[in-house]
Ligand binder design. Structure first.
Ligand code: FAD
Length: 384
């Protein structure tokens, strides 16, 4: 089908559900961790072959150019089928950034391999002493002939052990008057000599992020995206795309479907106090989906996301935490056990959504920082 937007929403949902149910491997459903590339590459390629790997991308770059309503249907059906999160930073973050700021040569070199699953991307932003205050980053890139030579370290780099490439923020001018002004945005092949990856274990015991060290790593001059020392603007635009991805109803919906199963199995729907809280969360989820749709539409129109997208991230991640907390309450004494538990024949891991919801208010810029952005750049409140 050349334009999936031509189908009615109902027909599209049916087709997506059929495709997911038929093709997504049973053993990878409803996992309580992120998928490793070795596990999910076949599914990535299946989606890619179907033309569905990049719902939001324009058709000229191999995307579906899907309407916001239909993108939300894909999110909902992804959750319904229990499809795990793949390494998606190429599709959701660096791809749209290259489309907007990259040269023609960069678009040709990098976009198609993302669609084809040949390049897997990770994000090199945070450093051991630069998280919320990202502009203070110290990893340097110094020009030597036709190369940039990178030294320093990045931390909390999600799925870096599976990544073939990293988009990285580096300091290219130590003497710039403002710290934001000496930063550049570069693209880096992770096989370049001098890169060392040290995995870090998270609260649930999975190694999903790491610290990455750069020791005289040489990357070609063409690695620079946009203008030298003007990477901060690009970095912020990319964070807008990231916040859109994080703000998708996907994660809270995942927790909510688990909550619904547990609540029904425990007969909690007959308890008016519980039902009140349940319905409130359901309505909050509907509000999130509609807000998300608004931002998706903005991106589709080719507009840059403004600082107000922070509200989407705040709402989505805090809702996710509220849903996962009620899930623990609903599971009562079972909430102390890890792994899949039986609720009237339905297997539900009640702790996993809770664990997964905790870092959500930290990554992509902590919710405190998002509130600072909203108060300063949207509401224009005085700083002190
Ligand atoms: C699961 C996970 C995955 C991640 N993946 C990546 C990745 O792939 N790539 C990457 O580059 N980074 C990644 N990060 C890092 C993430 O972006 C940072 O953790 C985040 O920006 C916060 O920085 P920090 O950890 O240094 O905390 P700090 O900046 O030290 O903040 C500590 C606390 O102080 C608060 N705080 C700090 N400054 C202020 C302020 N001005 N006003 C109010 N409160 C403030 C913060 O909100 C936070 O609660 C990941 C983090 C997590 C948890």
């Amino acid at each position: 089908m050349s334009d999936w937007n031509e189908l009615s929403d109902e027909a599209f949902r049916k087709e997506v559900r059929r495709f997911f149910e038929t093709n997504y491997p049973q053993e990878l459903r409803f996992l309580s961790r992120r998928l490793r590339w070795s596990e999910c590459k076949p599914w990535y390629l299946t989606l890619s072959k179907q033309g569905w790997i990049a719902p939001a991308w324009p058709k000229e770059y191999g995307g579906m150019a899907l309407s916001p309503a239909k993108q939300i249907i894909m999110v909902e059906e992804t959750e319904r089928c229990g499809i795990g999160r793949m390494p998606d930073q190429g599709i959701t973050q660096v791809g749209p950034t290259i489309m907007r700021y990259g040269t023609q040569a960069q678009k040709q070199k990098y976009l198609q391999p993302i669609i084809d699953g040949e390049h897997v991307w990770c994000q090199g932003y945070s450093e051991p002493n630069s998280g919320s205050d990202l502009a203070s980053l110290q990893t340097t890139a110094v020009r030597e002939g036709d190369s940039w030579v990178i030294n320093g370290s990045k931390i909390w780099t999600s799925m870096s052990m599976d990544a073939s490439h990293m988009y990285i923020l580096v300091r290219t001018d130590r003497n710039a008057p403002k710290k934001q002004e000496g930063i550049s945005f570069m693209l880096l092949d992770m096989k370049t000599p001098g890169i060392t990856i040290r995995p870090i274990r998270n609260i649930a015991g999975h190694e999903e992020f790491s610290q990455v060290f750069f020791d005289n790593v040489r990357t070609p001059a063409g690695a620079l995206v946009g203008e030298l020392n003007k990477g901060w603007t690009i970095a912020k635009a990319l964070l807008g795309f990231e916040r859109l991805g994080i703000g998708s109803p996907r994660r809270p919906r995942y927790a909510f479907t688990r909550l619904e199963k547990v609540a029904r199995s425990r007969g909690l729907m007959d308890d008016p106090a519980f039902a009140d809280r349940f319905v409130q969360l359901r309505l909050d989820l509907a509000d999130l989906a509609s807000l998300y749709g608004r931002y998706v539409e903005q991106v589709r129109r080719g507009e840059t996301l403004g600082p107000d997208v922070s509200i989407l991230k705040i709402w989505s991640m805090e809702l996710n935490q509220r849903v996962s907390e009620l899930l623990l309450e609903a599971a009562e004494e079972k909430s102390m056990y890890e792994g899949a538990l039986d609720f009237d024949g339905e297997e539900v891991d009640v702790l996993a959504p809770f664990y997964m919801s905790r870092p959500g208010t930290i990554y992509g810029g902590s919710n405190e920082i998002q509130r600072n952005i909203v108060s300063k750049d949207v509401l224009r409140l005085p700083a002190k």
